[in-house]
Design a protein around this ligand. Structure first.
Ligand code: HAX
Length: 426
């Protein structure tokens, strides 16, 4: 048995017990309130989900199992997967064991390769990824066991199996999407001597300085891995998973949410905005020129991608990780200079406009410039890279949810009439 499964087997009884006790001893206690504003505002701020893999403080940003994300940027993504699932960083032996386990699971069935070739030439890479992940559900071990008659206590075990299979395979599929969709030549095979993040970078096949490219990809995979469970992609995956759909269906549904421009697609939109701006001016604009250009965009009712957040009220530490990386490596790259200029100009503009609750940069504001520098210039692909990383968090959340024995998700909706009457009564 893998060291990860052994560890989880030792932890899960206690987790179950804690959840059972909460229900039994505190079931009727009130821990959150639901205002009319929260209902109208996308359920904002209602505490109604359990997520142990990570939490997001409005003034701290992402914290994974008690550790701020900026303290984890030098770790391997596999180690963060272990951390999210178990609450502890792995020992060297545990990390190697997980790496070896993932390397054994990278085989892709032929029907996936056949499907990959059938997508329209102009298909969006996120349509391709979400579709292929869903199709891969044919391999689900959970589904097979469930329909044979699986005890509830073992749901997490087969969900873990599916999750590890999927986490091992998603970089292979994602890299193949890049090669095929953007005519980059043959699909590149996984290299078993590389760790998970470096292997993904290797399979993309860009020609660049390899060691710093691998390092960037590991850091990218770490910082995008999770953001608690109320965001669109994680929440969607959770709801789908709560119906006992397999991990492939859940992740595919979550990725469909990540593909929205207000969520993960913002990284594509950010770089597009930067490139359009450079094209518009034919050079890096001066601060005054950029200010006027960005203000005009706001006046036309358009968002500035990469700025604002539904929860955060400070500069996203994941942005800090990316901008620090860029300052060391590519301070003079035009796209990166634009990232710096926007950081100087946009928050003040948003404050002056007075609408956005968070005027600060989020995770998506700087990463495009880094990827572009290393040769990934096709920005429609950026959300696929985000997705590979987010699979770590979404799958971890699903495993723990099954371990806790969470039921099907079913909040209550109300009619506008009901809400008006309830509000008027108070
Ligand atoms: N540019 C212009 N206007 C903005 C804005 C921005 N960057 N951020 C927020 N606003 C506007 C909203 O559109 C909203 O306007 P209306 O009242 O006219 O509808 C108003 O400010 C209040 O919004 P909010 O309460 O501050 O923000 P929300 O919680 O509703 O939305 C979003 C959060 C991230 C969706 C929002 O800030 C946004 O659209 N940002 C730009 C897109 C983006 O970068 N998305 C990525 C977020 C991080 C992420 O999930 N990555 O995967």
């Amino acid at each position: 048995m893998s060291l990860l499964k052994t560890k989880l087997l030792s932890q899960i009884p206690d987790l179950k017990e804690r959840v059972r006790n909460l229900g039994k001893n505190h079931g009727s206690k009130v821990v959150s309130e639901v205002t009319v504003e929260a209902i109208l505002g996308g359920m904002r701020g209602i505490r109604s989900l359990i997520c142990d893999t990570s939490e997001v403080g409005l003034d701290t940003g992402l914290i994974i199992r008690g550790i701020p994300i900026l303290e984890l940027t030098d770790k391997l993504p596999e180690d963060i997967l272990w951390l999210m699932l178990t609450g502890e960083l792995p020992t060297e032996a545990e990390s190697k064991d997980l790496q070896a386990d993932l390397q054994k699971r990278t085989d892709i069935p032929d029907y996936i390769w056949a499907m990959l070739k059938e997508f329209p030439k102009d298909a969006h890479p996120m349509n391709m990824l979400s579709g292929l992940v869903s199709a891969l559900g044919n391999e689900s071990k959970f589904k097979n066991e469930y329909f044979k008659g699986l005890k509830k206590d073992l749901y997490w075990d087969y969900t873990l199996e599916d999750s590890l299979d999927l986490i091992a395979r998603i970089p292979v599929i994602a890299a193949a999407i890049y090669r095929v969709r953007f005519n980059k030549g043959d699909i590149i095979k996984a290299d078993p001597s590389l760790d998970w993040g470096a292997n993904f970078a290797h399979m993309l096949g860009v020609e660049t300085e390899v060691e710093s490219w691998y390092k960037l990809m590991r850091m990218y995979m770490v910082v995008h891995c999770d953001h608690e469970s109320g965001n669109v992609s994680a929440l969607t995956a959770h709801v789908v998973g709560s119906a006992l759909s397999d991990v492939y269906f859940s992740l595919s549904a979550g990725l469909a949410g990540l593909a929205g421009p207000l969520h993960g697609l913002a990284n594509q939109e950010c770089l597009k905005f930067i490139i359009d701006t450079l094209d518009h001016f034919g050079k890096v604009p001066t601060d005054d020129e950029l200010k006027a250009y960005a203000k005009d965009r706001l006046d036309r009712g358009l968002v500035i991608p990469g700025y604002g957040h539904a929860v955060l009220r400070v500069t996203d530490p994941r942005f800090t990780a990316s901008i620090e990386y860029g300052r060391k490596l590519i301070p003079n790259d035009d796209r990166f200079v634009m990232v710096e200029k926007l950081f100087k100009i946009v928050p003040q503009l948003l404050i002056e406009q007075g609408k956005a609750k968070d005027p600060w940069p989020n995770v998506d504001a700087a990463t495009g410039a880094l990827l572009y520098h290393y040769g990934i210039k096709e920005f429609e692909y950026y959300t696929v890279i985000f997705s590979v990383s987010r699979a770590l968090g979404i799958c971890s959340q699903l495993v723990l949810s099954r371990a806790m024995g969470e039921p099907i998700t079913r909040p209550k909706s109300v009619t506008t009439d009901w809400l008006e009457k309830a509000a008027n009564k108070q």
